[in-house]
Design a protein around this ligand. Structure first.
Ligand code: PLP
Length: 299
């Protein structure tokens, strides 16, 4: 229905640790889908926007933190497909390059105190309860429709993998992969790398989207959050700089840096079998670098 379709390419990472361990590691370049409706954000929005069109809604109302990739993606997709967009931004009013991008794409921003932000339906109803045009899109695109879009990642692959890895915020991407794995009866092991501390909550978050069968066959690697959401340290930034300089693929410290660090760490510690084929999904999110370039790229 929405005229934008792009199958991201897959490329092999031919790097020493993988050669030494005789494993093959490919990257699904979802970061190439679009510069601002990046990676899994497009996959998650695709069916959400289609359902908004079907319901004859013209105004997307969504939620996120001040550095949210989801807000930029929603703002840009709204502009592209003719929706008005509004976002409730968590916390006190701030200015930053991500929020500027949102405004450039025509999004209206409403800053909400953390206490009010917690009850998203109440916020929506207070402001837009009487607005027939307004369509609620949950934070990060967390929804079954969002997961449906992420299922398509697997359908685009030219081969089957022993392991597939993705970074996890809300768990929607992992839920989509799980739904597709189940329906195709694949043997592939699915792995999530939570970027928040206490990532075990994701088991339930994923299960909620994957009804009726609980997602009991995904592995969560909960020790790679580096202190919590958007937290990082010297080890992580050193790794990211080495990775970018060795591959020509840009990753960032909030999501994909932690994801690739985890895959390298697991490979080095002998987690995989020789001959294993591993796919790592680059979920995009490069706009996250706008706030960190000083720390990451000046030496
Ligand atoms: C939002 C985001 C994620 C988190 O995806 P979920 O489906 O919410 O788990 C992962 N990677 C990047 C780059 C993101 O922007």
């Amino acid at each position: 229905m929405l005229s934008f379709d792009f199958h991201s390419p897959t490329e092999q990472l031919d790097l020493p640790p993988f050669r030494d361990k005789q494993i093959r590691v490919d990257v699904k370049r979802d970061d190439m889908i679009h510069p601002f409706i990046s990676g899994n954000k497009w996959r998650k929005l695709k069916y959400i926007l289609e359902s908004a069109v079907t319901a004859r809604k013209t105004h997307l109302v969504t939620f996120g933190g001040a550095w949210s990739n989801h807000l930029v993606a929603t703002a840009c997709a709204g502009a592209k497909f003719g929706f008005k967009t509004t976002a409730f931004v968590r916390g006190d009013e701030v200015a930053n390059p991500v929020l500027s991008l949102c405004r450039v794409f025509g999004m209206t921003l409403i800053f909400a105190a953390r206490s009010a932000y917690r009850d998203k339906s109440a916020l929506f109803n207070t402001y837009f309860g009487g607005d027939e045009q307004a369509y609620f899109v949950d934070e990060g695109g967390y929804s079954t429709l969002g997961a449906e879009g992420c299922r398509e990642i697997i359908g685009e692959l030219g081969e089957t993998y022993d392991h597939i890895f993705c970074a996890c915020g809300t768990g929607t991407t992992l839920a989509g992969l799980h739904m597709e794995k189940r329906s195709k009866k694949l043997q592939t092991a699915l792995h999530g790398v939570p970027v928040l501390a206490g990532g075990d909550f994701l088991k339930e978050a994923v299960s909620r989207l994957c009804r009726p069968i609980p997602a009991d066959d995904v592995s969560l690697h909960t020790d790679y959050h580096f202190g919590g959401y958007a937290k990082s340290n010297e080890t992580l930034t050193t790794f990211i700089r080495w990775f970018c300089a060795s591959t020509g693929i840009l990753i960032e410290p909030v999501y994909t840096g932690k994801l690739f660090y985890a895959v390298f760490d697991l490979a080095n510690s002998g987690y995989f079998q020789p001959g294993d084929k591993i796919l790592v999904i680059h979920t995009g999110g490069i706009t996250g670098l706008l706030g960190m370039h000083a720390r990451l790229f000046t030496s």
